[in-house]
Ligand binder design. Sequence first.
Ligand SMILES: Cc1ncc(COP(=O)(O)O)c(C=O)c1O
Length: 388
Amino acid sequence: MKEFSRRQNGFKNKMKPLKIKLSKPYIPSSGIKEVQKVLKSGNLVQGEVVKKFELALQKYLGTRHAILVSSGTAALHLALLALDIKEGDEVIVPAFTFPATANVVELVKAKPVFVDIALDDFCMDVRKIEKCISKRTKAIIPVHEFGQPADIKKIMSVAKKRNITVVEDAACALGAKFGNQMVGTFGKIGCFSFHPRKILTTGEGGLLVTDDVAMAEKLRSLRSHGICVKNGKMDFDYAGLNYRMTDFQAALGLSQMAHLEKMLKARVALAKAYDQGLAGISWIKTPLSIQNRKNVYQTYHVMLNQNVSRDALIQKLRDQGIEANLGAQALPCLSYYQKRYKLKERDFLNAREAYTQGLALPMHFALNEKDIKHVIRKLELSLGGINS
Ligand SMILES: Cc1ncc(COP(=O)(O)O)c(C=O)c1O
């Protein structure tokens, strides 16, 4: 999920200043000091602080290897390159996600095959995956949308049965768990984002995790032009990219690690306050809590009844200083994918419904329960004039 400018989203620019923003990064004062330290040191590019942050993430997630990169998109792109996914291959992706999940498949010239989502968790509907598998299927990219874990164990077993690699898009889901295991650590490779709307931020940034040492080595090399060192001499094994993270970004990320559990707890508490406060509003459906899955609520995403105009509601909230937005895109409805693959929207009805009736409400560490009550009160008062 991206931070779009108001103009890009088509909402009016002339409005009261926002009192309650959709999202706001938490930057501890130690983070500012650590960033300054790196800036003063003069060592700006990927170095010791990136290594330190990688080790902290490795420990936190319980993986053998953590490889920091310049964005979540870069992480997904490198994963597909490292798996040698190319023209003629197919990759199964959910029909409802941020477009980066499928764009990277296009970038390696493979074909994204869209599977509809379940409205219970906004993640790929496991029952519909088998139907999308063909001889050409090389990978499945489940997305843990909005910080809610996908049904990853079932996805892993479908993939295993058909000998297909799983790359998890956990861009929104740092700290989310399926059972006792962190999401992002089930597949061959897990990808995370550190964009400012995410759980933890480095401005722009991303992460790959894997338990496979050869894969980790390839990813590290691809992240930095394809460089390798042989007998003490620099050589190039691949035509790689520059997807490195800087040390000052890593300092910012590392400073937030000490506050991560506190930040996650706050999100869960705010989500609970929303759940309780919205329970009495008949035209809003709150996200489901699913047994055995720990949602970290990167986005608090509700569904509106069909007769409610979501965009009119967003405008009405904005007029009152509250920022809200759509949650994610139904990719088969976007111009690029529509033109390229001529997909039938009737095959992606849940994705389309989430795209038109889904609403992301303010959710970040600086909010308190009083703010949530204020948003709920404004929602209750907003229904008049927003029927579609
Ligand atoms: C599900 C998903 N995948 C991938 C990305 C891309 O991450 P980034 O913005 O860090 O490139 C995002 C971020 O918006 C996302 O929400």
